[in-house]
Design a protein around this ligand. Structure first.
Ligand code: FAD
Ligand code: SF4
Length: 400
């Protein structure tokens, strides 16, 4: 007798209409899950409705992070961390293109049949357009950050329908949390997850305000990054780099541009990816790589011959700088440009470097976000803030 195959319940669900209010309300990060029939699982899967990082860490890596180990506490479960850069960087990538290179290798070697990544629309270089890439050209067309909320999971329905069995997803923390929560329902034999850290993301309108408030030539910005030298580096169409010190940013004007989801996020380091590629724990010009599990190691090994590497290091002390920045940010203090530049130079010389810079950035964002949740969603504070973040925030004195 043949068993009757039951249609999974989610296939009967209907994606929410574009523009309709999402279950996470104002905290929605537009991860894309609700644009598919997987909206059926939203109450359990959404990172802003049901924070479950420790459980999903155990599901993915075989254990949750050890809160007594400082590196685990900050950077999540991992086997190793290294600094790396491509010997031949990919032109136009955000950094040296390690993410795009791994994805291309996985596709051309037949390890996966498709790659979820995000290109931009023809009309607007910063308007995200998630795709399932099936050629290296598709992957390369997705290189460089779209510093805007991006509905990467909106293509999930297409994956199940296509019958694809081996998939790589590239994404940021909130997308990956929801993905891990529905992973078993995707009908895949193997899912690979390549994550980047993510912080301070914005809507497309918020991005416009940031560019117009901060850059001298907003319309020619090709990409930007908050760098380890405490400056924002804007790269322009003609290849020139404009540098603006963090301490000179117009915090009063800019405070409300960040998406409420990003002001409530405690998964800066993308805890549930197999492999994370960022920059903040590495020397300037290098990328920072966190290998979380065996799958992540397998992915990194594919490009090891294309990389220069060096061990990660840590230098300086961050705590005082973080503590001082908390009330300054809260009150929206902006320094005059000459003072901001001077402060940037001094901090760059004596300030935290390597992993200590990464901890500086994590501490600054977690304290700010903890205050945001406490003031705007006090009913969520207990369950939404993971224990590791409570410990990190607990090192500092916060205003009411
Ligand atoms: P590339 O080869 O250029 O590939 C970039 C990949 O990112 C592409 O595959 C694309 O699909 C994907 N992508 C682009 N935009 C998005 C998006 N909005 N959502 C999901 N996926 C996207 N690293 C840090 O160490 N500290 C940070 O504070 C930090 N903030 C970040 C904020 C944002 C919004 C993003 C998207 C990334 C951030 N990163 C941060 C990661 C870092 O900027 C680089 O993306 C990473 O080092 C990879 O560089 P690359 O040259 O290897 O990537
Ligand atoms: Fe849905 Fe994602 Fe928004 Fe949560 S964050 S409500 S899962 S689209």
């Amino acid at each position: 007798m043949t068993a009757i195959q039951e249609t999974p319940k989610h296939r009967k669900a209907k994606a929410l209409k574009p523009g309709s209010r999402r279950p996470a309300k104002e905290l929605c990060s537009e991860c894309g899950l609700c644009d598919t029939y997987y909206v059926h699982y939203v109450k359990e899967a959404c990172a802003f409705i049901n924070q479950q990082i420790p459980q999903l860490e155990t599901q993915t890596h075989g254990r949750s992070r050890n809160l007594e180990n400082d590196d685990d506490l900050y950077f999540g479960v991992h086997q190793t961390m290294i600094a790396a850069r491509k010997k031949q960087p990919i032109e136009g990538a955000q950094w040296t293109g390690i993410v795009s290179s791994i994805a291309c290798e996985m596709l051309t070697r037949g390890i996966v049949e498709g790659v979820v990544c995000v290109q931009n629309t023809k009309e607007d270089r910063f308007q995200p357009m998630p795709v399932i890439a099936r050629t290296p050209e598709d992957i390369l067309a997705a290189r460089v950050n779209k510093p805007t909320l991006s509905p990467n999971l909106s293509v999930l329905e297409e994956i199940e329908k296509s019958g694809m069995k081996r998939l790589l997803v590239i994404g940021v923390g909130c997308q990956i949390q929801a993905l891990r929560a529905v992973e078993k329902e995707l009908g895949l034999e193997k899912l690979y997850v390549l994550g980047t850290p993510c912080v301070d993301n914005v809507t497309r309108a918020g991005l416009q305000k940031f560019l117009e408030t901060t850059s001298k030539s907003p319309e020619t910005v090709v990409h930007y990054e908050f760098m380890q030298d405490f400056r924002v580096h804007f790269k322009h169409e003609d290849g020139s780099i404009e540098k603006v010190p963090f301490f000179g940013l117009n915090t009063k004007e800019l405070k409300d541009i960040f998406a409420p989801s990003c002001l409530s996020c405690f998964d800066y380091v993308n805890s549930l990816a197999d492999l994370v590629v960022g920059y903040m724990g590495a020397p300037f010009g290098w990328q920072w790589i966190v290998v979380r599990n065996e799958t992540g190691k397998e992915m990194l090994d594919l490009v090891s011959g294309q990389l220069d590497t060096q061990p990660v290091h840590s230098e300086g002390k961050r705590q005082q700088a973080v503590q001082q920045s908390i009330p300054a940010y809260d009150k929206g203090v902006t320094l005059p440009m000459w003072a901001a530049k001077l402060m940037g130079v001094v901090i760059e010389k004596i300030g935290p470097k390597g992993l200590e810079y990464a901890r500086f950035s994590i501490d600054s964002h977690f304290t700010r976000n903890y205050l945001y949740v406490k003031r705007n969603h006090p009913e969520k504070l207990k369950a939404h803030v993971p224990e590791f973040a409570k410990r990190i925030v607990g090192q500092y004195e916060l205003p009411e």
